[in-house]
Design a protein around this ligand. Structure first.
Ligand code: APR
Length: 236
């Protein structure tokens, strides 16, 4: 089996990392204005505010641990590999919890919070400390040119060619812990259907695209993903 799994913020919710949107209107973007904190224009206008926002999220991430959903997906990757199959794990998340749970191939289409990028020389560097405005790029020595290596609204996601190729290669598609409200990720299910893939949604509540999925499983990711992965492995 060649499985394509897309994950979103809901997978990391039980690890204490906030989601952006939920039906109760309590997500990150209900408390912070994304147009003031997550756009290139906002960074040009007020870099200190943007850096402080991501510094706080980075500190929070460094104190977080993977949960059962992350471990179940890492186990599924190993089980499929061992049987000549593959799991392509594409995440919208900028955290490293999939990798910390043991996933070996994770495609971060929205970037990675534990990396910084130089807007001058485009170098991408590991970043675990606060960035702040006076950081110096170790590659080109420019001061104040380092930004979080994340994809902001209005910017093009990363690795799209690799992602499209993996979708064409896959025979099953799953979306896990995502509201299905942000494109291009939210459009993958329609592409998967057009390619004739079986489609499954695993989420706490129906996503904006729920009607497009053949199979829907609602519940907490740590439990629902573990049960789903177990069933797949047993059926292999
Ligand atoms: N288990 C399963 N699903 C959960 C859980 C949980 N414990 N907690 C919340 N969810 C679900 C919510 O019901 C919601 O549908 O996870 C979904 C998270 O949706 P969003 O917060 O919109 O996150 P996501 O879909 O990943 O956002 C996409 O938007 O803000 C941008 O770049 C950011 O990558 C992000 C993109």
């Amino acid at each position: 089996m060649r499985l394509f799994a897309l994950t979103g913020a809901g997978v990391s919710a039980e690890s204490g990392l906030g989601t952006f949107r939920d039906k109760k209107g309590e997500g990150i973007w209900a408390r912070f204005d994304p147009m003031k904190l997550a756009t290139p224009e906002a960074f040009a206008r007020d870099p200190e505010a943007v850096q402080a926002f991501y510094d706080a999220r980075r500190r929070n991430l460094l104190g977080a641990e993977p949960n059962g959903a992350h471990f179940a997906l890492a186990g599924l990757e190993r089980a499929l590999d061992a049987r000549g199959g593959e799991l392509t794990l594409v995440t919208q998340n900028i955290d490293d919890l999939h990798e910390r749970a043991g996933s070996r191939r994770v495609i971060h289409m929205h970037g990675e919070l534990l990396k910084a990028r130089c807007v001058r020389c485009a170098a991408v560097l590991p970043q675990r400390e606060d960035l702040g405005g006076s950081s110096r790029c170790p590659a080109c020595e420019t001061v104040g040119a380092l930004r979080p290596h994340v994809v902001w609204f209005g910017e093009v996601p990363l690795h799209m060619e690799e992602i499209s190729a993996a979708l064409v290669r896959a025979d099953r598609f799953a979306a896990i812990g995502t509201s299905g409200s942000v494109y291009p990720a939210a459009g993958f299910v329609a592409e998967a259907r057009a390619l004739g893939l079986g489609t499954c949604e695993i989420n706490l509540e129906p996503s904006d695209n729920a009607r497009l999925f053949d199979e829907r499983r609602y519940g907490k990711a740590s439990e629902a993903v573990a049960a789903w992965a177990r069933e797949i492995v047993e059926a292999l």
